[in-house]
Write a protein that binds this ligand. Sequence first.
Ligand code: SF4
Length: 105
Amino acid sequence: MRTDSDWNQKGACRTADPDELFVEGAAQRRAKEICTGCPVRTECLAYALDHRIEYGVWGGMTERERRALLRRRTTVTSWWNLLETARTEHQQQARAAAAAQSQAA
Ligand code: SF4
């Protein structure tokens, strides 16, 4: 599994109090808001899923949400590869759509 070891230095939470992300109950919604728009959200989520991290909000998902995802997708061997591939494909499709739109204009 390939990982970008610098991703955790780029997180939106890097200046936040770590206790804000390792909370329970309703406080998790506030913690997830920190992840919204984080530039390394995909990397963070992939890391947490690949390493089966059981506590805290990672990549915008609570531990409960991650557990549910892991139960649904038991055949995934590398979340890093899966999410990185999905992101690349999405970016390629967005570029193709933008190119087609500019040609039509
Ligand atoms: S996704 Fe959330 S927990 Fe992960 S690095 Fe970004 S802000 Fe921090």
